[in-house]
Design a protein around this ligand. Structure first.
Ligand code: 16G
Length: 253
């Protein structure tokens, strides 16, 4: 943490790296004086105010962006993320998640069919053997470079004509705006996997490159709406989680 002189907090020489001190000072501003969506001071202002290099400012700000406390808007600046954005992070859509991290999302639809779901998806979605489901396969990119390969299963009955919508846009926002189904909870499992040759080609990585795999069932008001597996390039994507012992009653008294 920076030192306090004349009531102001400063970055000082010492064992704690300057970017770390500046990150803590900025976080105190985010949690104290700044409101969600307020801009933080520009890079130049921070350089002058704290007498640090541009590299230090970029490192400190970059950390808070990857922690979900700040977000960048290209050509406009860096802003305070609403606390809600972070707490709901695991349910953020790809489109929203990438924009919040300052990247431009794009999507290629590799397949979209109405069929019967295989047993694991059927069980996750609570469907009968004869119930119809949509299978949507997409390649998701950020700033033009592949980021994730996704295969989603969604129940057909509550989502009529879903395949006629623009599946290159956000499915989560289609569900919310066109069908009134706001995804509000999910169960997710994460593991690591080496890319198989097909996925390596899609994601433009060498075969066996590390991928982060997320398998998730998402619900809207308790009703399962999506069962999806996403393979993210581990060299391009990381996940930040806030863990709270209070949930399990272990907080020290
Ligand atoms: C994210 C989700 C994926 C979801 C997609 C919807 C993870 C690991 N993956 O990639 O489950 O289907 O977003 O994105 O959370 P969209 O709303 O942009 O279509």
């Amino acid at each position: 943490m920076g030192s306090r002189r004349n009531g102001a907090v400063n970055v000082v020489d010492g064992p704690v790296p300057k970017h770390r001190q500046l990150r803590d000072i900025l976080l105190a501003m985010v949690e104290g004086e700044l409101v969600p969506d307020a801009p933080i001071p520009s890079e130049r202002e921070l350089v002058q105010r704290f007498g640090v290099s541009r590299a230090t400012v970029r490192e400190a700000v970059g950390r808070l962006v990857s922690e979900g406390r700040l977000y960048r808007v290209r050509g406009k600046g860096t802003f305070v993320a609403a606390p809600k954005v972070e707490s709901q992070m695991h349910l953020a859509s790809f489109t929203e998640d990438m924009r919040r991290r300052g990247h431009k999302p794009s999507t290629v639809v590799l397949g979209a069919d109405e069929t019967v779901a295989p047993p694991p998806a059927r069980a996750a979605l609570g469907l009968d053997v004869t119930d119809r489901a949509f299978r949507i396969e997409r390649l998701r990119s950020a700033d033009g470079a592949p980021m994730a390969h996704e295969v989603s299963w969604l129940p057909a009955a509550p989502l009529p004509d879903l395949l006629e919508r623009d599946l290159m846009s956000s499915i989560y926002s289609i569900l919310a705006h066109d069908y009134g189904r706001v995804l509000d909870s999910a169960a997710q499992t994460v593991w690591a996997e080496g890319a198989d040759p097909l996925r390596a080609r899609l994601l433009r990585v060498p075969p066996a490159a590390p991928l982060l795999v997320f398998r998730k069932t998402s619900y809207a008001s308790g009703r399962p709406m999506e069962h999806v597996t996403s393979w993210y390039r581990a060299d391009r994507y990381q996940v930040h989680m806030t863990l709270d012992s209070a949930l399990h009653g272990h907080r020290p008294t």
